[in-house]
Design a protein around this ligand. Sequence first.
Ligand SMILES: [Fe+2]
Ligand SMILES: [Fe+2]
Length: 280
Amino acid sequence: MSNREREVLEWYQEQPRKLNKDFVSNIEWNAVPKYEIDPKFLPVLLYMRDVEAFTDVYYRQLQRTPTGKDPVIRQFMDQWQHEEAQHAYLLDRFLNEAGLPTDAKWFEKAKAKIPRSYSVKSYINTSITNLFGKKFSAVHMTWGAINELSTLQGYKRLWELAKHPVLEHILRGIASEESIHIFFYRNVARVKLEESKFSRKLARFVIEKFWTPVGQGTKPEPETNYVIKTLFSGTGGLETADTNINRSIALLPGFETTKKITNRIAEAVRAGERAESSAA
Ligand SMILES: [Fe+2]
Ligand SMILES: [Fe+2]
């Protein structure tokens, strides 16, 4: 482990939590029902809640890989998973306060719906990962950076489009924690990618071939497409994704020419629009 990775971890651990007790106790839950929320955003909120909560599933899988045994990444993940779990909790509370009561067992039920193919696939991924050993950490860190960047942009689009002041307040709080996650993943990815040409080639290959948007796999693809379409179609949506996600990843060594994220998001928007027009 390099000093640079250790420094990134120390930086992360020194960051005060945005969603501290003060922040959470000052959320104006009583004001939630005073503002309307377009029902089209409800599946988006449920998706985001579940995917935040699935961090737990992902975390357990990563523990079985060389990445999970990397002491810096391991320490990051121990703290990170608690933060993501709290994001899920706040989104769930918001839905309840908005008059959309959720099932008390929502997490168990959402987890039970994860297709078996995902577990099998993730098992295979774990085996591949172990085959490539430490070199695979570059892939995990790049993948994580893309997902954290997408999550942040998704939340930003949601508060801009939904125009619900309490939701915006909560999402801005969550988003500032997502930017700290981005910093960690991107910087550790950079260190790992700079280590060898093989790591760069492997990471680029895996992302180009296998990357799918956050949540897809644990959630059926049409649901992912719906979320992406709802958030990224319309004025400025794809431009935002290109500027803030794709171009940010293109700054990493080996990823200079990638178009993968923008193309995949554009594809999901189109698929979501097709599904909508055929349902109409
Ligand atoms: Fe999160
Ligand atoms: Fe995050």
